[in-house]
Design a protein around this ligand. Structure first.
Ligand code: UDP
Length: 448
């Protein structure tokens, strides 16, 4: 059992949360800032409200960023200088992990001994740092992958480069090393076991949430007026980072087909979000696609919107489309439903959990234009069905709250302090596992 200084029922006093590649204080919906940023901030706020302090370590991406920012009572964001502030792609960050880890360890060394009771890493880059911090501080490591390279690589969009080998290897190491793993959905838990060899007893499935105070049904006409959308327009919306994996092109193609099928229909397509990647990850490429499809007059591009504005986008929409090729959960789908807007989503990853098929939205089993046009038309041509799904959507979303996520994470933290790991695998994969083998020393030869 790992000795910790946890208080009440295994609840840590203070947790170090690692989010190397993206800051929870960034505006999500562009670059590398997306659902993970929202997840890290929203859970930190609620964990702190429950009496556990949270300190989030992230890489400083601006010389203007102060070393420490208080995001809320009990929540600090520590901006660690590791490499140049700007111009580093996520794929270049493995080379900065040593510098980042040094920053994390030094921050801890300035505090009294036993300052952090637990490390929670998000995404594999942070897991690499958490692994060392865990060994150094002798506290448990909880890891959330958010996405998995092997799953992503099996569902790439056309022309999308695969996730690099270095990530697959690094991800495997972190899965091997973590004391507990958090999966967003039962399917992701199964993937951790089947594709990465994690013991099922080490994995907790915890659904992400939605800010139910922010995202709720409201005055649709007022939201439309705010966005300059006419009352009789049929609004189909994409919200998220513009990247091939998110497949906003699928919505544009389907919209073009819908328009060809029912030319009398006043269609409006909203695409909300910023660039994240190359090719169709550039809004300019999407503008080009809209031109070639002949629908530029009905497509409106909006830059990334803060939640206070996004709520009007969801309320103003008839349907929110989530056509992703791969999606570990899909917060946008939950947020739209919480606002009373049905979702048409690709039947991939966590979207089958986020959307209740036939009840609050529709799941589409392919990315073919005709299938998407059919699914969208089922809602836009049949107001009765659309209204039925819209009415059920907020109730479904209410089942997912950040409060529930935070409570479940605190249970995982408590469990991480208990000796629940199954016996070590026959073939040790890591120094830590070697150390667990009686009599073995790091670097010592295993008996043949
Ligand atoms: N988002 C935002 N403004 C935007 C676009 C997206 O705040 O203009 C947020 C959105 O509200 C959601 C997150 O970014 O919380 C995207 O999360 P999701 O799980 O849908 O996708 P991910 O980015 O994790 O792939």
């Amino acid at each position: 059992m790992i000795p910790t200084s946890t208080t009440r029922a295994g609840r840590p006093r203070r947790v170090a949360v690692l989010s190397v590649h993206t800051s929870p204080l960034e505006q999500p919906g562009t670059g590398d800032a997306g659902g993970m940023n929202v997840y890290v901030l929203q859970t930190a706020l609620r964990i702190a409200q429950r009496g556990t302090e949270v300190e989030i370590f992230t890489r400083a991406t601006s010389s203007a960023a102060p070393p420490v920012v208080q995001a809320a009572p009990g929540v600090l964001v520590r901006n660690v200088v590791a490499g140049p502030f700007e111009g580093l792609d996520k794929n270049e960050l493995p080379a900065q992990l040593c510098a980042f880890t040094a920053g994390v360890l030094r921050a801890e060394a300035r505090q009294e001994q036993g300052y952090y009771d637990l490390v929670h890493s998000h995404y594999w880059l942070s897991g690499q740092v958490g692994w060392l911090a865990r060994d150094r501080w002798r506290v448990p490591l909880v890891h959330t992958a958010h996405t998995l390279a092997r799953v992503k690589n099996a569902a790439l969009a056309e022309g999308d480069p695969p996730e690099p080998k270095v990530r697959e290897i690094g991800e495997q190491q972190v899965v091997d090393e973590a004391d507990r793993l958090v999966a967003n959905t039962p399917a992701e838990a199964e993937q951790l076991v089947r594709l990465y060899g994690a013991e099922g007893s080490r994995v907790d499935t915890i659904a992400p949430g939605v800010d139910l105070d922010r995202f709720r049904p409201g005055d649709r006409a007022a939201s439309r007026a705010r966005l300059g959308i006419a009352p009789d327009e049929t609004v189909l919306t994409f919200v998220g980072r513009i990247q091939p994996l998110k497949a906003p092109d699928v919505l544009l193609r389907a919209a073009a087909e819908l328009r060809a099928r029912t030319p009398g229909h006043r269609l409006r397509v909203l695409v909300v979000g910023g660039p994240s990647g190359s090719g169709l990850g550039q809004p300019a490429a999407l503008v080009g696609l809209a031109q070639s499809l002949g629908i530029t007059d009905v497509v409106t591009f909006l830059p990334p919107q803060p939640p206070a504005e996004l709520v009007h986008v969801y309320r103003a929409s008839d349907v929110v489309a989530v056509p992703s090729h791969s999606e570990s959960f899909g917060l946008v789908a939950l947020e739209a439903q919480a606002c009373g807007t049905p979702v048409v989503a690709a039947d991939v990853g966590g979207l089958g959990v986020a959307v209740a098929d036939g009840v609050t939205g529709l799941l589409v089993g392919s990315h073919r234009t005709a299938d998407w046009a059919d699914a969208l038309a089922r809602l836009t041509d049949a107001p009765v069905l659309r209204e039925r799904l819209a009415a059920a959507a907020p109730g479904h979303a209410a089942g997912f709250s950040w409060d529930r996520t935070a409570d479940a994470l605190l249970e995982t933290y408590a469990r991480a302090t208990m000796p629940v790991r199954s016996p070590a695998p026959v073939r040790p994969r890591s120094l830590r596992q070697l150390r667990r083998t009686p009599g073995a020393q790091p670097g010592a030869q295993q008996p043949g």
